[in-house]
Design a protein around this ligand. Structure first.
Ligand SMILES: C[S@@+](CC[C@H](N)C(=O)[O-])C[C@H]1O[C@@H](n2cnc3c(N)ncnc32)[C@H](O)[C@@H]1O
Length: 268
Protein backbone atom coordinates (compact mmCIF):
# COMPACT_ATOMS: atom_id res chain seq x y z
CA UNK A 1 0.00 0.00 0.00
CA UNK A 2 1.25 3.48 -0.86
CA UNK A 3 1.87 5.62 2.20
CA UNK A 4 0.21 9.05 2.13
CA UNK A 5 2.86 11.78 1.88
CA UNK A 6 2.28 14.89 3.96
CA UNK A 7 4.36 18.00 3.42
CA UNK A 8 5.38 19.54 6.74
CA UNK A 9 7.87 22.07 8.09
CA UNK A 10 10.19 19.15 8.86
CA UNK A 11 10.39 17.55 5.42
CA UNK A 12 9.88 20.57 3.13
CA UNK A 13 12.65 22.09 1.00
CA UNK A 14 12.31 25.89 1.14
CA UNK A 15 13.85 26.30 -2.33
CA UNK A 16 11.24 23.96 -3.83
CA UNK A 17 8.49 25.88 -2.06
CA UNK A 18 9.96 29.20 -3.25
CA UNK A 19 10.08 28.00 -6.85
CA UNK A 20 6.48 26.75 -6.70
CA UNK A 21 5.26 29.97 -5.11
CA UNK A 22 6.96 32.76 -7.02
CA UNK A 23 8.66 31.45 -10.13
CA UNK A 24 7.34 30.60 -13.55
CA UNK A 25 10.44 29.72 -15.53
CA UNK A 26 8.75 28.56 -18.75
CA UNK A 27 7.05 31.95 -18.87
CA UNK A 28 10.34 33.76 -18.21
CA UNK A 29 12.19 31.87 -20.97
CA UNK A 30 9.38 32.59 -23.43
CA UNK A 31 9.36 36.27 -22.42
CA UNK A 32 13.11 36.60 -23.12
CA UNK A 33 12.71 35.03 -26.58
CA UNK A 34 9.70 37.26 -27.33
CA UNK A 35 11.64 40.40 -26.39
CA UNK A 36 14.46 39.47 -28.76
CA UNK A 37 11.99 38.87 -31.59
CA UNK A 38 9.95 41.98 -30.92
CA UNK A 39 13.03 44.21 -30.84
CA UNK A 40 14.66 42.55 -33.89
CA UNK A 41 17.68 41.53 -31.84
CA UNK A 42 18.13 38.11 -33.41
CA UNK A 43 18.28 34.85 -31.50
CA UNK A 44 19.08 35.02 -27.79
CA UNK A 45 21.70 32.34 -27.20
CA UNK A 46 23.22 33.15 -23.84
CA UNK A 47 21.89 34.67 -20.67
CA UNK A 48 23.35 35.86 -17.40
CA UNK A 49 20.98 35.32 -14.46
CA UNK A 50 22.00 37.69 -11.68
CA UNK A 51 20.99 36.90 -8.06
CA UNK A 52 20.27 33.41 -9.38
CA UNK A 53 19.58 31.57 -6.10
CA UNK A 54 18.58 28.04 -7.23
CA UNK A 55 19.33 29.06 -10.88
CA UNK A 56 15.96 27.78 -11.95
CA UNK A 57 15.68 30.05 -15.02
CA UNK A 58 19.21 29.19 -16.17
CA UNK A 59 18.49 25.47 -15.76
CA UNK A 60 15.40 25.85 -17.92
CA UNK A 61 17.34 27.97 -20.44
CA UNK A 62 20.02 25.35 -21.19
CA UNK A 63 17.34 22.76 -22.00
CA UNK A 64 17.37 24.31 -25.49
CA UNK A 65 20.22 23.05 -27.66
CA UNK A 66 23.37 25.23 -27.81
CA UNK A 67 22.07 27.80 -25.32
CA UNK A 68 24.31 28.84 -22.43
CA UNK A 69 23.55 30.35 -19.04
CA UNK A 70 25.82 32.09 -16.54
CA UNK A 71 24.15 32.13 -13.13
CA UNK A 72 25.59 34.49 -10.53
CA UNK A 73 24.99 34.46 -6.78
CA UNK A 74 26.98 35.91 -3.91
CA UNK A 75 26.25 32.94 -1.65
CA UNK A 76 28.30 29.80 -2.34
CA UNK A 77 25.98 27.59 -0.28
CA UNK A 78 23.05 28.64 -2.44
CA UNK A 79 25.09 27.72 -5.54
CA UNK A 80 25.76 24.26 -4.08
CA UNK A 81 21.99 23.80 -3.75
CA UNK A 82 21.55 25.10 -7.32
CA UNK A 83 24.03 22.51 -8.61
CA UNK A 84 22.34 19.63 -6.77
CA UNK A 85 18.96 20.70 -8.19
CA UNK A 86 20.32 21.19 -11.72
CA UNK A 87 21.86 17.69 -11.71
CA UNK A 88 18.40 16.26 -11.05
CA UNK A 89 16.72 18.38 -13.70
CA UNK A 90 19.00 18.35 -16.74
CA UNK A 91 21.39 16.07 -18.63
CA UNK A 92 25.19 16.18 -18.31
CA UNK A 93 25.44 17.78 -21.76
CA UNK A 94 22.99 20.51 -20.66
CA UNK A 95 24.83 20.91 -17.36
CA UNK A 96 28.03 21.64 -19.32
CA UNK A 97 26.32 24.75 -20.71
CA UNK A 98 25.28 26.00 -17.26
CA UNK A 99 27.93 28.02 -15.41
CA UNK A 100 27.28 28.61 -11.72
CA UNK A 101 29.47 31.50 -10.62
CA UNK A 102 30.01 32.90 -7.16
CA UNK A 103 30.27 36.67 -7.21
CA UNK A 104 28.71 40.03 -6.48
CA UNK A 105 26.33 40.95 -9.30
CA UNK A 106 27.30 44.57 -8.65
CA UNK A 107 30.72 44.18 -10.22
CA UNK A 108 31.22 40.59 -11.40
CA UNK A 109 32.36 40.44 -15.02
CA UNK A 110 31.78 37.48 -17.29
CA UNK A 111 31.75 36.57 -20.98
CA UNK A 112 29.42 39.00 -22.76
CA UNK A 113 25.90 37.65 -23.19
CA UNK A 114 22.77 38.48 -25.21
CA UNK A 115 20.59 38.95 -22.14
CA UNK A 116 21.11 39.90 -18.50
CA UNK A 117 18.27 39.06 -16.11
CA UNK A 118 17.49 40.35 -12.63
CA UNK A 119 14.21 38.83 -11.52
CA UNK A 120 12.08 38.87 -8.43
CA UNK A 121 13.25 42.37 -7.52
CA UNK A 122 16.63 41.11 -6.27
CA UNK A 123 18.50 44.22 -7.47
CA UNK A 124 16.59 46.20 -4.83
CA UNK A 125 19.39 45.17 -2.43
CA UNK A 126 21.14 48.21 -3.94
CA UNK A 127 19.66 51.01 -1.87
CA UNK A 128 21.58 54.07 -3.08
CA UNK A 129 21.15 55.64 -6.50
CA UNK A 130 24.89 55.49 -7.24
CA UNK A 131 25.04 51.75 -6.35
CA UNK A 132 21.96 51.01 -8.45
CA UNK A 133 23.59 52.82 -11.39
CA UNK A 134 26.86 50.95 -10.82
CA UNK A 135 24.94 47.66 -11.08
CA UNK A 136 23.11 48.81 -14.22
CA UNK A 137 26.43 49.86 -15.79
CA UNK A 138 27.95 46.47 -14.99
CA UNK A 139 24.95 44.82 -16.69
CA UNK A 140 25.38 47.06 -19.74
CA UNK A 141 29.07 46.10 -19.95
CA UNK A 142 28.26 42.38 -19.67
CA UNK A 143 25.94 42.60 -22.67
CA UNK A 144 26.86 42.02 -26.31
CA UNK A 145 26.20 44.85 -28.80
CA UNK A 146 22.56 43.96 -29.37
CA UNK A 147 21.89 42.87 -25.80
CA UNK A 148 18.80 43.27 -23.65
CA UNK A 149 18.60 43.72 -19.89
CA UNK A 150 15.37 42.43 -18.30
CA UNK A 151 14.34 43.34 -14.76
CA UNK A 152 11.11 43.35 -12.83
CA UNK A 153 9.50 45.65 -10.29
CA UNK A 154 6.41 45.84 -8.13
CA UNK A 155 4.48 48.83 -6.90
CA UNK A 156 1.11 50.39 -6.21
CA UNK A 157 -0.03 51.85 -2.90
CA UNK A 158 -0.04 48.43 -1.18
CA UNK A 159 3.72 48.22 -1.80
CA UNK A 160 4.11 51.04 0.76
CA UNK A 161 2.17 49.21 3.44
CA UNK A 162 3.12 46.77 6.17
CA UNK A 163 0.95 43.78 5.33
CA UNK A 164 0.76 40.01 5.00
CA UNK A 165 -0.59 38.28 1.94
CA UNK A 166 -1.36 34.54 1.92
CA UNK A 167 -1.56 32.32 -1.17
CA UNK A 168 -2.90 28.82 -0.72
CA UNK A 169 -1.23 26.00 -2.65
CA UNK A 170 -2.25 22.34 -2.55
CA UNK A 171 0.18 21.23 0.18
CA UNK A 172 1.22 24.53 1.75
CA UNK A 173 0.46 28.23 2.09
CA UNK A 174 2.89 30.89 0.88
CA UNK A 175 3.00 34.00 3.07
CA UNK A 176 4.46 37.27 1.75
CA UNK A 177 5.16 39.50 4.75
CA UNK A 178 5.95 43.17 4.11
CA UNK A 179 7.11 43.51 7.67
CA UNK A 180 8.63 46.99 7.81
CA UNK A 181 8.41 49.96 5.51
CA UNK A 182 10.06 53.34 6.07
CA UNK A 183 8.49 56.06 3.89
CA UNK A 184 11.44 58.39 4.51
CA UNK A 185 13.84 56.31 2.43
CA UNK A 186 11.55 53.56 1.03
CA UNK A 187 13.62 50.89 2.78
CA UNK A 188 11.63 47.73 3.47
CA UNK A 189 12.15 44.40 5.20
CA UNK A 190 10.13 41.50 3.83
CA UNK A 191 9.92 37.82 4.71
CA UNK A 192 8.57 34.69 3.11
CA UNK A 193 6.97 32.22 5.54
CA UNK A 194 5.46 28.85 4.71
CA UNK A 195 2.55 27.17 6.51
CA UNK A 196 1.54 23.54 6.16
CA UNK A 197 -1.73 21.66 6.31
CA UNK A 198 -0.69 19.86 9.56
CA UNK A 199 -0.32 23.24 11.32
CA UNK A 200 3.49 23.38 11.19
CA UNK A 201 5.23 26.53 9.90
CA UNK A 202 8.56 27.70 8.56
CA UNK A 203 8.81 31.29 9.70
CA UNK A 204 11.24 33.67 7.93
CA UNK A 205 12.37 31.11 5.34
CA UNK A 206 13.67 34.06 3.30
CA UNK A 207 14.42 37.64 4.28
CA UNK A 208 14.79 40.64 1.97
CA UNK A 209 16.18 44.05 2.88
CA UNK A 210 15.33 46.24 -0.05
CA UNK A 211 14.64 49.73 -1.23
CA UNK A 212 11.34 50.07 -3.05
CA UNK A 213 12.39 51.71 -6.32
CA UNK A 214 9.83 53.38 -8.58
CA UNK A 215 9.56 52.82 -12.34
CA UNK A 216 10.63 56.40 -13.22
CA UNK A 217 13.70 56.13 -10.96
CA UNK A 218 14.70 52.79 -12.51
CA UNK A 219 14.11 54.09 -16.05
CA UNK A 220 16.14 57.24 -15.41
CA UNK A 221 19.08 55.32 -13.92
CA UNK A 222 19.10 52.84 -16.86
CA UNK A 223 19.15 55.69 -19.39
CA UNK A 224 21.79 57.62 -17.43
CA UNK A 225 24.23 54.69 -17.62
CA UNK A 226 23.70 54.37 -21.39
CA UNK A 227 20.78 52.08 -22.23
CA UNK A 228 19.27 53.38 -25.50
CA UNK A 229 15.66 52.48 -24.87
CA UNK A 230 13.68 51.42 -21.82
CA UNK A 231 10.20 49.88 -22.15
CA UNK A 232 7.77 48.99 -19.39
CA UNK A 233 5.58 45.90 -19.67
CA UNK A 234 2.55 45.68 -17.39
CA UNK A 235 0.35 42.68 -16.72
CA UNK A 236 -2.91 42.47 -18.65
CA UNK A 237 -6.35 41.80 -17.15
CA UNK A 238 -8.39 38.66 -17.82
CA UNK A 239 -11.98 39.95 -17.92
CA UNK A 240 -13.49 36.45 -17.83
CA UNK A 241 -11.58 35.33 -14.73
CA UNK A 242 -11.58 38.82 -13.23
CA UNK A 243 -7.88 38.59 -12.37
CA UNK A 244 -4.48 39.48 -13.83
CA UNK A 245 -3.72 37.60 -17.04
CA UNK A 246 -0.41 35.93 -17.80
CA UNK A 247 0.31 38.39 -20.62
CA UNK A 248 2.42 41.53 -20.32
CA UNK A 249 2.01 44.56 -22.60
CA UNK A 250 4.31 47.45 -23.41
CA UNK A 251 2.54 50.57 -22.10
CA UNK A 252 3.18 54.28 -21.59
CA UNK A 253 0.27 54.78 -19.19
CA UNK A 254 -1.62 52.48 -16.84
CA UNK A 255 -4.11 52.39 -13.98
CA UNK A 256 -2.97 53.32 -10.47
CA UNK A 257 -3.70 49.83 -9.15
CA UNK A 258 -3.30 48.86 -5.49
CA UNK A 259 -0.59 46.37 -6.43
CA UNK A 260 1.09 45.63 -9.73
CA UNK A 261 4.08 43.74 -11.14
CA UNK A 262 5.88 44.88 -14.28
CA UNK A 263 8.91 44.08 -16.42
CA UNK A 264 11.49 46.63 -17.45
CA UNK A 265 13.15 45.87 -20.77
CA UNK A 266 16.30 47.93 -21.43
CA UNK A 267 17.97 47.84 -24.85
CA UNK A 268 21.74 48.36 -25.27
C1 LIG B 1 15.27 36.99 -4.26
S1 LIG B 1 16.51 35.72 -4.31
C2 LIG B 1 16.69 35.31 -5.96
C3 LIG B 1 15.53 35.32 -6.78
C4 LIG B 1 15.62 34.65 -8.09
N1 LIG B 1 16.50 35.37 -9.00
C5 LIG B 1 14.21 34.60 -8.63
O1 LIG B 1 13.97 35.04 -9.76
O2 LIG B 1 13.31 34.15 -7.94
C6 LIG B 1 17.92 36.63 -3.96
C7 LIG B 1 19.29 35.96 -4.19
O3 LIG B 1 20.21 37.03 -4.44
C8 LIG B 1 21.46 36.69 -3.85
N2 LIG B 1 22.20 37.97 -3.70
C9 LIG B 1 21.99 38.95 -2.79
N3 LIG B 1 22.84 39.97 -3.01
C10 LIG B 1 23.60 39.64 -4.08
C11 LIG B 1 24.62 40.28 -4.82
N4 LIG B 1 25.05 41.51 -4.49
N5 LIG B 1 25.15 39.65 -5.89
C12 LIG B 1 24.73 38.40 -6.24
N6 LIG B 1 23.77 37.74 -5.58
C13 LIG B 1 23.19 38.35 -4.52
C14 LIG B 1 21.12 35.98 -2.56
O4 LIG B 1 22.19 35.16 -2.14
C15 LIG B 1 19.85 35.20 -2.99
O5 LIG B 1 20.20 33.89 -3.39
Amino acid sequence: MKRKYTLTAKNADIYDLYEKSVQSVEFEVEFINKMFKKNNRGNCLDIREDFCSSAFISTEWVKTKNKKAYAIDIDKNVLKIALTKAKKRISTEQLNRLFLIQGDSLNKKNKKVNCVLATNFSYWVFKERHTLKKYFLNSLKNLKKNGIFILDAFGGYEAHQELEEKTKHKHFTYVWDQNKFNPINNHMTCYIHFEFNNGSKIKKAFRYDWRLWSLPEITECLKEVGFKQVDIYMQGWDKKKNEESDKFYSVKKCDADAGWIGYIVALK
